[in-house]
Design a binder for this molecule. Structure first.
Ligand code: PA5
Length: 438
């Protein structure tokens, strides 16, 4: 079984090959801290401590939520009823969610690498209050995943005796899907976490003997060749199960590459903008822009073989109308493939750079391998842009203002300074909206 990846360029560059060899000789935390048998057993022990009839509410945001969402959608879409990921704080959806959850049969999984993220902390406090109001012991219901030693969440977990798992400090949030952050939720939905990690390891070992025709070498070289003009990467998944993988990729790519300063501290405002598209649906939404709009995008098409039972249309049914007869004796799968080929051909004919990926199947090892390849691609792209892929100083400003407004000690001055630099928007006269036609 394989990943068939056909980048826009036939051969990768020597400089990409050298970057890969540097990467492999001093690998970052997400490679060095890929879990071994002992860590996987620890994750499985915690998973086994959770009653099998419990629903799981996952509290987390960004890198502490997107990997789980992508894994579950790709590998176990039917598990959606067991695992609910709460990665927002909109009171409207949270209160509606609570109406449908039986908290007496629910385990709360709180995931925060830093252990102090405001959104996750407020969700946690809110849920603890709800558990208490219903007479449920929060300490028996909550499992925490966070730094092994530091941070507020670790200290609460220790004080309250919560079950917990560590996130290796060396692994950044958006690179943490193959740690307990993604693997515990995966194990709880029946995903084979050993096969996921094995897939990631196989991608790494394949890369260790890469030559210029290796797909990752070719893709990064192609991305480098185009990135100054084509500043966006469109993740175009033609299987519904792979669409959320696009959201995971978008965070990884955007937060790792979008930087004001380069590694020497110079102001450079670099980055590459990810855009998530879904085939075939977005052929009726975004493709017009992709084919005829500005030539500022590179395309990454994702497809996979699946043993689904195809949906056939009989000749008789298609005789409903002469205009529909061409669909007789055809299937929805055939139409999906024809549309995928059509969109790729249209983009290529318009001179747009297209790379395509076909997974032999959607299973743990293919997804593990693909996620590892995308994480490595992100680090290689950061090297080309000469930026640090592992920090995110740009999200601090908004956080500071929110903290200051919420009265968090120590933040008022910083928050005030940032708000002082913000532009005061002059309100327009309100647009009247009436319920009736008068
Ligand atoms: O990649 C990152 O570091 C961020 O996107 C984090 O994942 C996100 O901010 C959540 O942080 P934490 O896991 O510390 O709550």
């Amino acid at each position: 079984m394989s990943i068939h990846w056909t980048p826009d360029r036939d051969q990768g560059s020597e400089s990409t090959l050298q970057a890969i060899s540097r990467f492999l000789s001093t690998p970052p935390g997400f490679v060095n801290f890929l879990p071994g048998d002992q860590e996987l057993a620890q994750i499985e022990d915690v998973a086994n401590s959770i009653p099998s009839d419990h629903e799981i509410l996952l509290l987390g945001i960004g890198g502490s939520a997107l990997g789980s969402l992508a894994l579950v959608d790709a590998l176990c879409p039917e598990a959606g009823h067991r695992l609910t990921v709460i990665d927002n704080i909109d009171p409207d959806s949270l209160s509606r969610l609570l109406e449908s959850v039986d908290l007496t049969a629910t385990t709360i999984l709180v995931i925060s690498k830093s252990g102090g993220t405001a959104e996750t902390s407020s969700q946690l406090l809110w849920i603890i209050e709800k558990l208490r109001q219903r007479g449920i012991d929060p300490d028996a219901s909550i499992v925490a995943i966070t730094d092994p030693e530091k941070g507020t969440l670790r200290s609460i977990a220790q004080q309250r005796g919560w079950r917990s798992l560590p996130v290796p400090p060396e692994v950044g949030g958006r690179f943490s899907v193959l740690t307990a952050v993604g693997l515990l939720p995966a194990a709880l939905t029946g995903i084979d976490i050993h096969a996921l990690v094995a897939g990631a390891r196989s991608a790494l070992s394949d890369l260790s003997s890469a030559t210029a025709d290796h797909a990752l070498v070719r893709w990064i070289s192609s991305w480098e060749e185009h990135h100054e003009l084509r500043t966006m990467v469109v993740h175009f998944a033609y299987r519904d199960r792979l669409v959320t993988l696009g959201d995971w990729f978008a965070q990884l790519w955007a937060e790792s590459l979008g930087k004001k300063h380069d590694l020497s501290g110079r102001e450079v405002y670099r980055g590459s903008t990810p855009l998530v598209a879904r085939g075939v649906t977005d052929q009726h939404s975004l493709v017009q822009l992709f084919v005829e709009g500005p030539d500022d995008k590179q395309f990454l098409f994702l497809d996979a073989h699946l043993n689904e039972s195809d949906l056939e249309i009989s000749k008789e049914t298609a005789q409903l109308h002469p205009d529909l007869e061409y669909l007789g004796n055809k299937s929805l799968g055939e139409l999906r493939r024809a549309e995928l080929e059509g969109t790729i051909a249209a983009l290529q004919s318009a001179g747009r750079p297209v790379s395509r990926v076909l997974l032999d199947t959607i299973d743990e090892s293919h997804i593990g391998a693909w996620m590892m390849l995308m994480e490595i691609a992100t680090v290689l792209a950061a090297e080309i842009l000469n930026v640090d892929p592992f920090d995110q100083p740009g999200v601090e400003g908004g956080k500071a203002v929110a903290f200051a407004r919420m009265g968090k000690p120590g933040w008022s001055e910083k928050g005030r300074r940032i708000e002082a630099g913000a532009q005061e928007l002059k309100p327009s006269p309100p647009i009247p909206v009436s319920k009736n036609n008068d």
